[in-house]
Design a protein around this ligand. Structure first.
Ligand SMILES: [Zn+2]
Length: 387
């Protein structure tokens, strides 16, 4: 006899969204566009993916400031709050504020509180069983550090929410799976010596991309050894390499860990068109990864993270939302106009990318390195999980 899987369409789903938040402007020269959330919302509406009876929209409220210190140093939070009001001191730059990546924007403190509030509350609803899946496209600030801002991240909503979750339910097994193109260094920092969360990051290698970390040899310390997993990918890695990494190393670990919940960072900056990274994925492997995640553990909080090609990010996240809700996007709703609005070239009327595979030496090198990495993880990390 088999138990039936929990069903999102019976239990419910949550889309974290507010118009005001998606209007926040990082400035014309900054790659981070909060507008991506609005574009995603709009595209989901066009595809008929937002108006089902089991779906709810959660308008984020600011996180309680006392919760920020679950991860951040109080002195950093003070500096951020002051900088956001325009009060600059010698501390400000020391805290990573006022750089090209993390400019001092009026109201950035309040905006960050909303982003973190959305993630925190969504995770709470998941833990209470109110919903089976949730998606916060304006969450996922995985580079935020305890004492400083970096990589467009001011407040690390993920580390805070995860810390809160394990404090509340210590017996709960949680996987953090980060498939953003950048290494999830801030979340790794939170749980490096801790076995309570299995932290997995698949990303472009630190040899060629910020934050220059996330090597395969980083597997945790002390109590946490074997509970941090890094799968760096060579520049030019495509869908085949990405699928290989997931199938050979990541999914077997998640299966063995048997989590109650997955917190997934689903950044879309791995896509071939992304202006900041050198990976060459299409949204076909991206949606496959999401689909597989829901099979391994149906209770999922997905967070946006990166994605700097506005339209393709919106398409990717629309696919993510449809997979999480066990729906297939239907092009007939979107029509020609919808397709043209959300992709300038080939993808008129369809959310899916044309297949693409890297060729030649670049591909051979990427696959050979992925094989070495998978072998390393299978040898060094699998034994901690009975594999
Ligand atoms: Zn990223």
């Amino acid at each position: 006899m088999s138990l039936s899987k929990p069903d999102v369409q019976n239990i419910g789903s949550l889309f974290v969204y507010s118009d005001e938040m998606s209007r926040f402007d990082f400035g014309p020269d900054h790659p981070f566009k909060a507008e991506r959330a609005h574009k995603t919302y709009e595209l989901c509406m066009r595809y008929g993916l937002m108006d089902h009876p089991w779906m709810k929209i959660l308008k984020p409220e600011p996180i309680e400031t006392a919760l920020l210190t679950l991860f951040h140093e109080p002195e950093y939070i003070y500096s951020l709050e002051e900088a956001s009001k325009g009060n600059i001191s010698i501390e400000t730059l020391k805290r990573g504020l006022g750089t090209e990546d993390n400019p001092i924007l009026p109201g950035i403190y309040e905006w960050s509180l909303l982003a973190a509030g959305g993630t925190y509350e969504a995770l709470g609803h998941l833990m209470n069983g109110d919903v089976l899946v949730a998606f916060n496209p304006l969450g996922g600030f995985h580079h935020g550090m305890p004492g400083h801002a970096e990589g467009f991240c001011y407040v690390n909503d993920i580390s805070i929410a995860l810390m809160g979750a394990i404090e509340r339910l210590p017996e709960q097994r949680i996987v953090y799976l980060d498939i953003d193109a950048h290494h999830g260094n801030g979340v790794q920092e939170a749980f490096y010596k801790d076995s309570r969360v299995l932290v997995i990051s698949v990303h472009e290698t630190g040899k060629t991309l910020y934050p220059w970390s996330g090597y395969k040899t980083e597997i945790g310390e002390g109590e946490g050894i074997g509970f941090t997993v890094n799968f760096p990918l060579e520049p030019g890695s495509d869908d085949e390499v990405f699928n290989f990494a997931l199938d050979e190393a990541v999914f077997p670990l998640i299966k063995a860990f048997s989590p109650h919940m997955i917190v997934a960072l689903v950044g879309a900056d791995t896509l071939i068109s992304d202006p900041l990274t050198h990976l060459k994925l299409t949204n076909n492997s991206y949606q496959r990864a999401l689909r597989e995640m829901t099979t391994l553990c149906p209770r999922i909080l997905a967070l946006g993270g990166g994605g700097y090609d506005l339209y393709r990010t919106a398409r990717c996240w629309t696919l993510a939302w449809s997979v999480l809700n066990n729906l297939e996007p239907t092009d007939e709703f979107a029509g020609l106009v919808g397709g043209m609005m959300f992709g300038p070239e080939q993808e008129v009327g369809s959310l899916y990318d044309y297949p693409y595979l890297t060729q030649g030496e670049t591909k051979d090198k990427a696959m050979a390195e992925a094989k070495r990495t998978a072998a390393y993880i299978r040898k060094e990390v699998f034994p901690f999980h009975g594999l």
